[in-house]
Write a protein of this length. Sequence first.
Length: 199
Amino acid sequence: MGLDDLLARIRACRICAEAAKPLPHEPRPVLQAGVEARILIAGQAPGVRVHASGRPFTDPSGVRLRDWLGVDEAAFYDPRRFAILPMGFCFPGLDAKGGDLAPRPECAPAWRARLLAHMPRIELIVCLGAHAMRWHMGEAWHGAVDQAVKNWRGGLRLSPAVMPLPHPSWRNSGWLKRNPWFGTELLPELRARVARHVA
């Protein structure tokens, strides 16, 4: 099965709607993939705005993420450059406090390895959040996002290289202010690597 056929099957997927604890709304898988992609953005799951738009990172988090990467929308939404595969492809709903629920557990085991098999040119994985880090960092993941981000150089020794980042949500603005090294040390390295792969 080619990538286009696989993407069509994923976009028609209803695994989480038919689960014992079903998705609280109709599924709308949101992802981007291309066989030539060199960079993978591995996020958590779409939020409510992305669920409405059907396009990844069409929210303030996307604005911040593109700034971190040093790319414009045209480059970011080019599947020949970036694959964007959240750990759960559908908006998982909200918890009692109004925050997004965790990615659905059915999604990644069903589709992730099959998708990645169609993208052999991935050289850099940008991981946003614990679920993505756990999947892509393997034994280099030690159970805490803060620790993974602070030890970001270790992820670059993996193959493909992994750059663990905090989620670009504006809720993390306080963390960014408390950790100025993120902007002075990590982001220049991230932008340099992205520039090499998207040129």
